[in-house]
Design a protein around this ligand. Sequence first.
Ligand code: ADP
Ligand code: MG
Length: 321
Amino acid sequence: MPGEFALIDRIRARARSRVDVLLGIGDDAAILRVPAGHDLVVTSDTLVSGVHFPAQTAPTDIGWKALAVNLSDLAAMAATPAWCTLALTLPDADADADWVDAFLDGFLELAERHDVALVGGDTTRGPLSITVTAHGFVPEGQALRRDGAHAGDEVWVTGSIGDAAGALAQWRARGPSSAKLRHRLDRPTPRIAVGLALRGIATAGIDLSDGLAADLGHVLAASSVGARIDLGRLPTSRTLADHFEQAQRWPLQLSGGDDYELCFTAPASAAFAIEQALAACDVTGTVVGQLVAEPGLRFTTPEGEDYVPAAAGFQHFQGVH
Ligand code: ADP
Ligand code: MG
């Protein structure tokens, strides 16, 4: 079994650098240069086996997702990703080297797509857990925050929502499952290009990790506004519609989580610019409702009735096979 330093060497051998990395993996800390006139945007997320992913998830998918959830946070801030660090806690198992290699396959594939350099980290023994910290830049003052939304703004959602939660529901039920839905759970696509395109257009934004109800709720709280969301307009993939009826879909789409789409707000006058920006990124966008001055988040069915979503359930995968 390789020791900690052999594992770090494996990681170092595969990590690509960038010109703004003055010193990467190998010293006590990395030295990084932020471009002039830019703010540094930093985010961190931990994935714990059995809590954030089923213990038997393929290591390549875990690697992809560990970085993807962090890049999604940078996308939601309209930041250009640049660097990341990786803190790995690995069980004392003979398969460590193989596991790390497979993990890096997924992690580095996504890192290379977005020109993100792995510049350091930490390697320890313990129950499997992965913490990634990602760093990005925005031109000074141009980050997309949660607190800029105004009453009257439209609420947009990229792509489609509910697929990942649908995959989880199928997995828990141990019945028929869709590979397409499962792919959206295991390999979320961070909407980096969309975040960048929304600079100067959107008034507020967030990425959808815990479900639209909870995450839009954060924007509303930060911006001191309310919202009315039309359930008939929720962007829904063909696959989700094929596997779940409407009444089953709403809880998945509102409270399921793991979508990693962006939810953002903008005045109606910006709709055309947004359509163009999204088209240039080859991503669809849907207006799902509007912000109102009165606090609170209300969902309305196509029949015009109020709909109260279930509270987001804590996802726990231990002991489920
Ligand atoms: P220290 O004891 O000074 O913290 P470490 O032995 O933890 O040093 O790490 C040595 C170098 O390897 C550091 O540059 C650190 O950032 C890097 N490193 C350690 N673990 C990882 C990892 N999982 N991924 C990337 N770099 C790592
Ligand atoms: Mg260390």
